[in-house]
Design a protein around this ligand. Sequence first.
Ligand code: SF4
Ligand code: SF4
Length: 180
Amino acid sequence: MAYVVERKSLSLSERLYLPQIVAGMKVTLKHLFKPNVTLEYPDVRPAIPPGYRGVPTLVKDPNGREKCVSCQLCEFVCPPKAIRITPGEVPADQPQRAHVEKGPQAFDIDMLRCIYCGLCQEVCPEEAIFLQNTFSMAGYTRAEMVNDKAKLYELGGTLPDQHFKWDKKKAAEEHGNAHH
Ligand code: SF4
Ligand code: SF4
């Protein structure tokens, strides 16, 4: 035989929802005079803290030279395989990069795959790839969500370089002190 559970009928105040409305209004009033914790995004952009890991970018050194030497470490370490690099020779018409063996002919990062983990930045021996403060990317097609080399440098710009590795190597060679 089926057992029927008797339900308690609602009181008048429960049927009017008044206590709930008053409780809700109390919360609203409590927050009315507090400072805002939300932003009118995208008209108001949030302040990005130092060290923020946004969209990965390629950077140039303060002399405007490409830092990436196309070693492909970032491509191998990237967990979701978002990076695709086509290594190439450094063009002969770039004497300022004569001490560099390779450079990327093509460098693509698929932002539909990237998980913003920062491993590419950590592994790069040339400090050529950085996750900077761009945090929103949108597009209508999959192709638009792949950042090519030109876009990566546009996003990355130039960062200070503590090491000036190639300048030191060139100076050492001029003084007959180079280690190849
Ligand atoms: S941040 Fe992580 S997922 Fe994105 S490109 Fe770099 S290694 Fe790959
Ligand atoms: S960005 Fe860095 S790790 Fe990646 S290929 Fe270039 S030099 Fe190598």
